[in-house]
Design a protein. Structure first.
Length: 81
């Protein structure tokens, strides 16, 4: 399952960047499906603490006992200087 992640700032003009996140669900014969086609996370400030939950997204999994939940949190890039 591929997720596209796009970020942008509120500068003038806006600056954006996009990347793809590959999420692999092991031991699953049916691909999970999301209830929405896109999710928007708004107003993440530069001062937002690391570890803050930005979104919780659930995917329906028809061949599993429970659904799949993705929790997206703010983290520090270990390669940034």
């Amino acid at each position: 399952m591929l997720l596209m992640l796009q970020v942008y700032d509120s500068g003038a003009p806006d600056e954006t960047n996009t990347t793809t996140v590959d999420v692999r669900v092991n031991g699953n014969s049916v691909c999970p499906s999301f209830t929405d086609t896109s999710y928007i996370i708004r107003d993440v400030w530069e001062t937002t603490p690391v570890g803050t939950v930005l979104a919780t997204i659930t995917a329906n999994d028809t061949d599993a006992v429970s659904n799949i939940t993705l929790i997206i949190t703010l983290a520090v890039d270990p390669t940034a200087s």
